[in-house]
Design a protein around this ligand. Sequence first.
Ligand SMILES: Nc1nc2c(c(=O)[nH]1)N[C@@H](CN(C=O)c1ccc(C(=O)N[C@@H](CCC(=O)O)C(=O)O)cc1)CN2
Ligand SMILES: NCC(=O)N[C@@H]1O[C@H](COP(=O)([O-])[O-])[C@@H](O)[C@H]1O
Length: 219
Amino acid sequence: MAVPPRIAVLASGRGSNLAALIAARDAGTLPVEFALVASDKADAGALRLAEAAGIPTLALSPKAYPDRRAYDLDLLDRVAASGAELLVLAGFMRVIDAEALRPWVGRVINIHPSLLPKYRGLHTHRRALEAGDAEHGVSVHFVTAELDGGPVIAQARLTIEAGDDEQRLAERLLPLEHRLLPAVLGLLASGRLQWRDDGAHYAGQPLSAPLLLGDRGLE
Ligand SMILES: Nc1nc2c(c(=O)[nH]1)N[C@@H](CN(C=O)c1ccc(C(=O)N[C@@H](CCC(=O)O)C(=O)O)cc1)CN2
Ligand SMILES: NCC(=O)N[C@@H]1O[C@H](COP(=O)([O-])[O-])[C@@H](O)[C@H]1O
């Protein structure tokens, strides 16, 4: 029986994606151990969820640091000290400094609420609605120094409906996020998804296009 990898999660908000990861672990469908949940916000709901699940937590305020790099270096040092081997950004709302990130590239993934490469950054639902897009969705990608520019691993799509506004679109996307993130983390944890010098590999082959939720192996 392989030893499940230890993972850390960074979250700034309520933590519904963290809850989905914990639920998948508890259901036996996600073979990981949670080493740490950390947040830049002391009042993040994700920290409360982690506490309730008996997962070590860290609330680290950027206010105590002279600059962004100092904060990010200390945060990721503490993530490393937790024994985490993989890092998941689950609604973590800070752009991570390139130097601090460097040791983690290939071991950190993020869930982003758009069909990347469309709408990197913030306010993705508003931008999709304003553009009159017929489709929207979520992406899980490897995190690199380039904001939301890392190789896209997998996506889930939905059709934008006449009654959608930002809030309803976000609400309709969440269930897809809660399926996609655990599925991708499971691929990374099992070694079926790998980061190599030439980028992302899946099932031993270069990942030439994002996997789609519902594809075989990504249910
Ligand atoms: N180096 C990287 N850092 C992060 C990445 C990444 O791909 N590379 N992904 C983001 C997640 N994210 C979208 O998915 C995202 C988070 C935050 C921001 C942003 O502009 N943050 C502002 C503050 C915004 C606020 O406080 O409301 C900032 O950091 O100044 C854009 C995209 C996580 N980090
Ligand atoms: N740019 C990153 C970003 O916007 N991520 C988004 O934050 C939300 C976190 O919700 P949660 O705290 O309930 O998981 C999720 O919808 C995620 O896609």
